[in-house]
Design a protein around this ligand. Structure first.
Ligand code: NAD
Length: 342
């Protein structure tokens, strides 16, 4: 198996999970060859902690000097357009963290650029790789409840996310871009593409700049309907951060993902309950373990897709579809009416 030399760009808060994940995946033939951060102290600290030979302050220099087989970009959204281009120009396969771009035009431009160059570009959209979501996808694929006709996808928390990511309080377009991308992606994965969407946005926390709560109603091309909601400003207890709760109904049964990663599957009037909590990896900590495990699963999926010469499930073009829903939600909320999608 040919070893893949990986470069990680951005060594901040969330990159720590990526660095652990790629270290765990060494047995799958990937090696962190270099790390890069414009903040020299972060690049140096990541190299020291994860035993990486080279560190850089500048991504272009890293891309010139290292022979990389894969780049993983874990910087914030406003940098993605430029850094993705820097990686694609020398034709290095690239993964970029969600949100893919600051707006739909930027996402499309990056997807086009990669397609024209024939370079692998995927978005690290990790929610669909969480343990419960993988199990639900399997059940749906097996036809356990028939074709889904109704669902609710819900992420509601009051967890202090501003502690680890203080910049979020200052985002003009906030919860839809940061969290809406995840829950809308799940709605697409489970119920298929969307033909109509309406949305209400609220800023319930007066200390943040953008909307922190989104409530959306989707009609899918299959005829299914879903309610997709997310907030960082809920006072409900227990606070299940960072769990997504789900209800999916079909003609033959229902699937309900409850707090504590408990999955109820009802088929023909009989309910079976499954524990679908993620394993707590040796570097993980509760309650982040659910997300942390999914980062490993996402990175592993990327590696498999790249080696197989196929697009990732969350390839750039796929994520453009998810981002189209985000943009539609902003439009629908501003216009006060449902938006039809092409
Ligand atoms: N998928 C998830 O579950 C999840 C969770 C949290 C954060 N994220 C995403 O991770 C990304 C990073 O967020 P974060 O909270 O770690 O931000 P952060 O600010 O802590 O880290 C970003 C790092 O990138 C560096 N950087 C900026 N521009 C650079 C450049 N051109 N070249 C090299 N380094 C550069 C910064 O110096 C900083 O250290 C965001 O897109 C965020 O949405 C994803």
């Amino acid at each position: 198996m040919e070893r893949i030399a990986l470069g990680v760009i951005g060594c901040g808060f969330f990159a720590q999970n990526h660095l652990h994940a790629w270290t765990d995946l060494r047995s799958k033939g990937v090696e962190i060859a270099a790390v890069c951060d414009v903040d020299e102290s972060k690049a140096r600290a990541a190299a020291d902690k994860f035993g990486v030979k080279s560190w850089y302050k500048d991504a272009e220099t890293m891309l010139k000097q290292e022979k990389l087989g894969l780049v993983d970009i874990v910087t914030r959204v406003e940098t993605h357009r430029d850094v993705v281009s820097q990686a694609i120009r020398p034709r290095v396969p690239t993964i970029v963290q969600k949100p893919f771009g600051p707006d739909l035009a930027a996402c499309r431009a990056m997807a086009d650029e990669a397609q024209k160059a024939g370079v692998f570009l995927a978005v690290h959209e990790n929610f669909r790789f969480q343990v419960p979501m993988r199990r639900i996808a399997e059940l749906l694929r097996a036809g356990a409840i028939g074709t889904p006709s109704w669902a609710r996808v819900s992420f509601r928390t009051g967890y202090d996310i501003y502690k680890g990511q203080p910049y979020l309080a200052n985002e003009e377009r906030f919860v839809l871009i940061d969290l809406g991308v995840h829950v809308l992606d799940l709605a697409r994965v489970f119920l298929g593409e969307v033909e109509q969407l309406s949305a209400e946005l609220q800023r319930r926390n007066p200390d943040v700049r953008g909307e922190d709560t989104a409530t959306m109603l989707l009609r899918h091309k299959s005829g299914a309907v879903s309610i997709v909601e997310c907030t960082y400003e809920s006072r409900r207890l227990p606070d299940v951060f960072p769990e997504t709760l789900l209800e999916i109904e079909g003609p033959k049964g229902a699937i309900v993902l409850k707090p504590g990663s408990v999955l109820d599957v009802t088929i023909a009037g009989k309910t079976t309950t499954h524990d679908v909590d993620a394993p707590v990896l040796n570097w993980a900590e509760r309650p982040w373990h659910i997300i942390q495990e999914s980062v490993v699963a996402t990175c592993e999926h990327m590696l498999e897709a790249l080696r197989a010469g196929r697009a990732a499930d969350t390839a750039a073009l796929d994520n453009v579809r998810t981002f189209t829903l985000v943009e539609a939600a902003y439009q629908a909320a501003a216009a006060g009416r449902a938006v039809r999608l092409a």
